[in-house]
Design a protein around this ligand. Structure first.
Ligand code: GLN
Ligand code: ZN
Length: 767
C-alpha cells in the first residue's frame, strides 16, 4: 500500500509566489529572483511531503501562473500573436509565459492575453489553450523534465504530473472553424511520447495523467480518443507506471471505458462520489491498483478517520492491501496551505480550529491513515485516531454549530414562503407608484474602493482608527457619492459599499455560523488568491447588517436608495461549506438570514432592494443530470430571501459572467422584479436568451464594460440600448453598467456614468 499526493499548493505558505510575481511585473525585481522563489517553494513542498512520509510526491505541480498554461508552453501551443514578444531582445521564456497569461503592453507592443475560465466547478481559473486547424505541437518548454531532474538532485524521485492529452484538448478552444479540437490528438500525442522518452531516460517510475474529463459526460468520439491515446502511450512505454487521476465527480457512464484503459493505477474521487467505490471495485481489471481519493482536497475539514478506515478496508477486502493506495480526492491546490499559520484566536477559535485540516495537515492525515491500516506506525499513531475521534465528536455535538431555532425554521418553511404575494403582472402595476421613468438608470452597487478607503479599513482593523473615526470617514465618502449621483441625475441611487471589504466576507462577518482564517489563502488565478469564509455552523443573523448604512444614505436624498445584499447562493458558493449537512440546507439557512434583512430594510423605508446572485450559474453541477436538483434548491433559496416583502417593494437581482440560454427558465423562476446582467462585452448577445424566452420581468442589460478603464461614449451606449430594444420591449428595460464599479477609479467612473445617463435620456426622447 502506497500513499500519493496529486498536487501541493504552490503559492507558498505566506503567498511568496504572489509577492515575487507582482514585484517582477512592476519591474521591482529581477528574473533570477523569481526563479529562485519558485525553486524555494518547490523544494520546501517536496521536503515537507518527504518528511511527512508521502510515498509518491508530485512534481510539475508547481506553476508560476497556471498549470494549464504551463502545458500550452510545454506543447508549443503558443498563439502567433506572441511571436513579437518572443523575438523581442532580452525577453525570456518567463516573459513570454506571463505575456500569454496577462497580455503584453511594453516597448511599443500591445498583445492581448489569452482567455481565462473556471477550472471545472472550482474557484480556480485557468488559461484556455487556443487551437488552430491542424494546430502543430512540439516540445517547447522542458519544465516537467527539469523539475523531475531538480527533485532527483535533492534525492527525491517524484511522480511527474501531466494533464492527460484528452483533458488538455478538451480544456482548449477552437479559434477557427473547420475542425474539432479532439481531432488534434494525433498531433499532440507525439509530444507526450517525447516527454515520456526523456523522463524514461531519467529512470522515472510513475507518471500521473490527470483526466478529470473522465468524470464528465463524454461523446463517443471523445471516448474513442481516450482508448487510442492510452493504448499508444502504453505501447511505447511498457515499463513506466501510469497513474490515471480522475476527480471532481464519479466515473458514472465512463466507468467501463475508464477501467479498460491500460494504466497501472486508477485514482478515483471518493469525497465527491463515495458511492462509486463498489462499482469501481467490481469493474476494476486484475492487477490495476486503485488509488482512493479519500481526504477532501477541496474543503477544510478534518478527515473522519473511522469512516475512512472502513472505506479503505472495503477496498482491501476486495482487491488486497497491495492494490490499494491512499490519496487526497484531488490536487491540494484548492486547499489553504497550513493551519499552523492560524494563530489568531479572534479569527478562528480553538474550538473551530480543531475541526480543520489545511494542505499540510491533509498529507499528514493520508500518512496516518496508511499507518493505521497497515499497523506499521508507532503506538502514538493510535493516539492520533483517538484524537481524531474526539475532535469529530466535539464537532458533532458542539453548541456553536447547532441552533434548534434555525433548524426548526427551515423545517417549517412552506411553499408560500418562496412566493411573492402577487404575480409579477400585478406587482408591476403596484410598483408604478415608484414613479420611475422609462429606461431608469442605476448602478450595480459598489463605487471605487480607492486605496484611501482601503487604508481606512486597515487602520481601523489595526487600531489606528477608532470605530467612530472610521465610521465618520465612511459616512463622508457615502455622502459624497450620494450627492454626486444626484447631481448627474441617476434615477435609483446606491450607497457605494465603501464599508464592505468583500461582498461575501462583509455578510459572513456579521452572521453566526461563519469563521475566518487569517492565512487561509487559495489560488484563484495567477497571483490572485482568495480567502473564503468558513461556514461551520447553523446560520443566523443576530442583528440587521446593512440597515444602518442604507438608511443613512437614504436620509441624504429624496431619490430612491437601493438596498444592497449578497444572495444566499453566492454566499454559499464563495465559502468553504460545512460537510455535515447538504449544501441545500446550508443555503436555505442563509436565505432566511437574508430574508430577515430584506424585511428590515423594507421596514426602514427602503423601497428597492437588490439581492446579488452572480454565482448562481457557476454552482451548476458538472453532470447535466444533476442540474435540475441544484437549480430547484438554488432558485428556491433566492426566492425565500426575496419573498418576505410587500408587492410595492421592488426586488432586483444581479448576475455577471453568466450565460443564460440553458437556464433561462430558472432565471425566470427567480421572479425578481428587475434583473441586471453583464451584456456589453457580448454586444447584447446574452440578451437573446431573454428575448427568445419572452422574459416577462424587467431587465437591465449592462451597457458598458467595467473591467476596463476606458470611458464609453454616449453613442455607443445608445447603440447598445437600441439593440436591446429591438428584442425586449422598451418599458421593460433599465440602463446600468455591467457590474459594480469597485475596481475602477473615480475619474473614469464619473465620466462614464454621465455619458450613460445621457444615453438613457436620448432613448426617452426617441420614444
Ligand atoms: N453589488 C456588487 C458590486 O457592485 C455586485 C458585485 C458582483 O456582481 N460580483 O460590487
Ligand atoms: Zn456583477
Amino acid at each position: 500500500m502506497l500513499t500519493q499526493n496529486l498536487g501541493y499548493p504552490r503559492i507558498g505558505s505566506h503567498r511568496e509566489l504572489k509577492k515575487i510575481c507582482e514585484n517582477y511585473w512592476a519591474g521591482k525585481t529581477g528574473y533570477k529572483n523569481v526563479l529562485q522563489v519558485g525553486k524555494n517553494i518547490r523544494h520546501e513542498n517536496w521536503k515537507l511531503q518527504q518528511e511527512t512520509g508521502i510515498d509518491l510526491i508530485p512534481s510539475n505541480d508547481f506553476s508560476f501562473y497556471d498549470h494549464v498554461l504551463d502545458h500550452s508552453l510545454t506543447f508549443g501551443a503558443i498563439p502567433k500573436r506572441y511571436n513579437e514578444v518572443i523575438l523581442k531582445k532580452g525577453n525570456t521564456e518567463l516573459d513570454l509565459y506571463f505575456a500569454m497569461a496577462r497580455g503584453y503592453q511594453k516597448d511599443g507592443l500591445d498583445v492581448v492575453a489569452m482567455e481565462m475560465t473556471k477550472w471545472f466547478d472550482t474557484n480556480y481559473h485557468y488559461i484556455v489553450p487556443e487551437f488552430q486547424k491542424d494546430q502543430p505541437f512540439k516540445l517547447f518548454s522542458t519544465k516537467i523534465i527539469d523539475e523531475f531532474y531538480e527533485a532527483k538532485q535533492l534525492g527525491i524521485t517524484t511522480k511527474p504530473v501531466l494533464i492527460g492529452p484528452i483533458t488538455y484538448l478538451l480544456l482548449g478552444k477552437e479559434k477557427e472553424s473547420g475542425f474539432e479540437k479532439i481531432d488534434l490528438i494525433k498531433n499532440l500525442l507525439p509530444v507526450y511520447l517525447e516527454i515520456l522518452t526523456r523522463l524514461d531516460a531519467l529512470s522515472v517510475e510513475y507518471v500521473q495523467f490527470d483526466e478529470p474529463f473522465l468524470a464528465l459526460d463524454l461523446s463517443e468520439k471523445e471516448q474513442k480518443a481516450y482508448e487510442y491515446a492510452y493504448k499508444e502511450i502504453r505501447k511505447a512505454f511498457p515499463r513506466i507506471k501510469l497513474v490515471l487521476a480522475t476527480y471532481f465527480e464519479g466515473l458514472g457512464n465512463n466507468l467501463v471505458l475508464t477501467t479498460s484503459l491500460p494504466v497501472n493505477v486508477l485514482h478515483i474521487d471518493l469525497v465527491r462520489a463515495e458511492s462509486q467505490l463498489a462499482e469501481v471495485l467490481a469493474q476494476l481489471k486484475e492487477n490495476t491498483i486503485l488509488s482512493l481519493g479519500i481526504v477532501d482536497g477541496r474543503n477544510i475539514w478534518k478527515n473522519d478517520f473511522e469512516h475512512s478506515i472502513a472505506t479503505i478496508n472495503q477496498a482491501i477486502e476486495k482487491i488486497g492491501t497491495e492494490r490499494v493506495w491512499i490519496a487526497p480526492s484531488c490536487s491540494l491546490i484548492h486547499s489553504p496551505v497550513n493551519l499552523e499559520n492560524e494563530t489568531n484566536e479572534e479569527n478562528l477559535t480553538a474550538e473551530v480550529k480543531q475541526w480543520l485540516a489545511f494542505a499540510k495537515q491533509k498529507i499528514a492525515e493520508i500518512v496516518t491513515l496508511k499507518k493505521l491500516i497497515t499497523n506499521e506506525g508507532p503506538a502514538s499513531t493510535f493516539q492520533k485516531l483517538e484524537e481524531n475521534k474526539k475532535a469529530l465528536n466535539n464537532r458533532k455535538t458542539s453548541k456553536s454549530i447547532h441552533n434548534t431555532i434555525i433548524k426548526e425554521r427551515v423545517a417549517n418553511l412552506k411553499a408560500e414562503d418562496s412566493e411573492r404575494k402577487s404575480p409579477f403582472s400585478l406587482r408591476k402595476i403596484k410598483q408604478q407608484q415608484l414613479n420611475l421613468p422609462k429606461y431608469s438608470t442605476t448602478t450595480i452597487g459598489s463605487f471605487p474602493q480607492t486605496a484611501e478607503v482601503r487604508s481606512w479599513r486597515a487602520k481601523f482593523k489595526n487600531g489606528t482608527f477608532t470605530e467612530d473615526e472610521y465610521n465618520t470617514l465612511i459616512a463622508e465618502e457615502t455622502a459624497k457619492a450620494v450627492k454626486w449621483q444626484e447631481e448627474i441625475d441617476l434615477d435609483v441611487l446606491v450607497h457605494g459599499e465603501f464599508e464592505r471589504n468583500d461582498m461575501v466576507e462583509y455578510f459572513g462577518e456579521q452572521l453566526e455560523g461563519f469563521a475566518f482564517s487569517k492565512n487561509g489563502w487559495v489560488q484563484s488565478y495567477g497571483s490572485r488568491c482568495v480567502k473564503p469564509p468558513i461556514i461551520y455552523g447553523d446560520i443566523s443573523r443576530p442583528q440587521p447588517m446593512t440597515v444602518k448604512w442604507t438608511s443613512y444614505a437614504q436620509s441624504l436624498t429624496s431619490k430612491y436608495m437601493k438596498g444592497m445584499l449578497t444572495g444566499p447562493v453566492t454566499i454559499l458558493q464563495w465559502s468553504f461549506v460545512r460537510n455535515d449537512q447538504p449544501r441545500s440546507e446550508t443555503c436555505t439557512q442563509i436565505a432566511l438570514a437574508i430574508r430577515d434583512e430584506v424585511v428590515d430594510l423594507e421596514n426602514a423605508g427602503i423601497k428597492i432592494i437588490q439581492i446579488d446572485e452572480p454565482a448562481i450559474r457557476e454552482g451548476l453541477p458538472l453532470k447535466k443530470k444533476d442540474w435540475q436538483t441544484y437549480l430547484n434548491w438554488a432558485v428556491n433559496a433566492f426566492k425565500i430571501s426575496a419573498s418576505g416583502v410587500d408587492d410595492e417593494t421592488q426586488i432586483h437581482t444581479h448576475m455577471c459572467y453568466s450565460e443564460f440560454n440553458d437556464i433561462i427558465q430558472n432565471i425566470a423562476d427567480m421572479d425578481a422584479d428587475v434583473i441586471t446582467i453583464e451584456t456589453s462585452r457580448s454586444q447584447m448577445e446574452l440578451l437573446d436568451a431573454f428575448a427568445d424566452f419572452k422574459y416577462p420581468n424587467e431587465i437591465g442589460p449592462g451597457v458598458y464594460d467595467i473591467h476596463s478603464p476606458r470611458v464609453p461614449k454616449k453613442e455607443e451606449m445608445v447603440h447598445l440600448l437600441k439593440k436591446a430594444k429591438a428584442v425586449i420591449p422598451g418599458d421593460q428595460l433599465w440602463v446600468n453598467p455591467d457590474c459594480g464599479l469597485k475596481t475602477r477609479g473615480w475619474d473614469e467612473t464619473k465620466k462614464a456614468l454621465i455619458e450613460m445617463v445621457e444615453a438613457a435620456k436620448e432613448m426617452r426622447k426617441n420614444e
